[in-house]
Design a protein around this ligand. Structure first.
Ligand code: FES
Length: 112
């Protein structure tokens, strides 16, 4: 088995789940399968990654997705964002600025 190129976690904690993270997981899983990317990109459900607690109104940034190895954290992901995430981020390595929460080791909102 070849190693995965990317590993994406989709939060299934209660605040993200309340805002549709299960649908995002299922839809993305189906799209990766349809596109033949299942062996290249690993998709995993995660527990709460605490981004939902960063605002006064909890869950304001939900649903959250985290992509490794580069450590990109996206917030407010919707089912309608899935194709763009696959095409731009997964295929081309481009960061989707409007969804970016932060990248590991960098200031919030910075891609540098
Ligand atoms: S429930 Fe998803 S970040 Fe907390």
């Amino acid at each position: 088995m070849k190693p995965y190129r990317l590993h994406a976690f989709i939060c299934q904690g209660k605040r993200c789940a309340a805002r549709g993270s299960e649908d995002i997981y299922e839809e993305m899983k189906a799209r990766l399968k349809d596109l033949g990317l299942k062996g290249e990109i690993k998709l995993t459900k995660s527990g709460c990654v605490s981004v939902c607690k960063e605002t006064e109104t909890e869950g304001e940034y939900s649903p959250v997705m985290v992509i490794y190895p580069e450590g990109t954290w996206y917030r407010n992901v919707e089912v309608s964002d899935i194709d763009e995430i696959i095409e731009k981020h997964f295929r081309k390595g481009e960061i989707i600025e409007r969804l970016l929460h932060y990248r590991l080791g960098r200031q919030s909102g910075s891609t540098k």
